[in-house]
Design a protein around this ligand. Structure first.
Ligand code: ARG
Length: 260
């Protein structure tokens, strides 16, 4: 994770961001601390931190930095120049931690765990809005895993992790309206599913961190909370309004690095 020491809204690169509706930075700090506390003290995972670069207000969304597998990280090549400045910092951080860093092929955009999520030994990958589909072939060849390519069709759900999360290798929660018909069929054909209501997808319900039976998710999603509890999960709702203004919530503030 990256503490929001330089977090702000300084440009508009997705449908949620508006320079007329900037985050309240002190409140964002409190919300981030509560998310961090929930992960470390309530769920009990270890969280490593990267310092935020002053010219990278979206660097708090660490999940977009890359995709980690073992001791390798498939680094991102961001669609927007505003975020591409983050890459050198993440690359250096991963190298300091002893990871091998791998860059996407030239001209091929890829936004890390924003658009790529493991379901066991299958990778689910989104494309069109941010990542290019050419990144999927690169991921599949580099990781030696099958990739299910899922087309994102609505600008509000521009990353896969805004519209889908993996509970187990066979159970997925998703908001169908974010995907084209073919992708919806692929998801339903390959997995058991929980369908998230549009009203809760609008609250970033799908941007959830799953750690065993614990699900850390944004506040304001009672239907999903109830469904998860019914299935034996423990939902932990955290208020993340000041990050949703930038188009992100719990999952994109958290990058899985090891021990999942
Ligand atoms: N402002 C950031 C962007 O548009 C937010 C990214 C949040 N990540 C996510 N997976 N929703 O790139």
């Amino acid at each position: 994770m990256c503490a929001p020491d330089a977090y702000d809204l300084k440009y508009e690169i997705n449908a949620w961001m508006s320079l007329d509706n900037r985050p309240d930075v002190p409140i964002a700090n409190l919300q981030w601390r509560e998310l961090h506390r929930t992960l470390t003290e309530v769920v009990g995972v270890t969280v490593d931190l990267i310092p935020q670069a002053p010219n990278a207000p979206d660097m708090v969304f660490t999940a977009n930095a890359g995709l980690v597998r073992g001791k390798s990280v498939m680094l991102s090549e961001f669609r927007h120049a505003e975020r591409q400045v983050e890459v050198e910092h993440f690359k250096a951080w991963f190298e300091r931690q002893g990871f091998q860093t791998i860059l996407p092929p030239a001209g091929c955009k890829f936004e890390g765990e924003g658009d790529a999520l493991f379901a066991g030994e299958t990778l689910l990958a989104g494309y069109l809005k941010r990542s290019d589909i050419c990144s999927h072939a690169w991921l599949s060849e580099s990781l030696g895993l099958p990739v299910l390519s899922l087309e994102l069709v609505d600008n509000r759900w521009y990353h896969l992790d805004t519209a889908l999360f993996v509970l187990t290798p066979s159970l997925i929660a998703f908001y169908p309206g974010a995907f084209d018909d073919y992708a919806q069929n692929v998801i339903r054909h390959n997995f058991d599913t929980i369908e998230v209501a549009r009203s809760e997808a609008m609250q970033f319900a799908c941007n959830a961190v799953v750690l065993g039976k614990d699900v850390v998710m944004p506040a304001g999603c009672p239907l999903l909370v109830e469904e998860l509890a019914r299935r034996g999960y423990t939902p932990h709702a955290v208020e993340l309004s000041e990050f949703i203004k930038s188009g992100g919530a719990a999952k994109c503030l958290t990058l899985f690095v090891g021990g999942q």
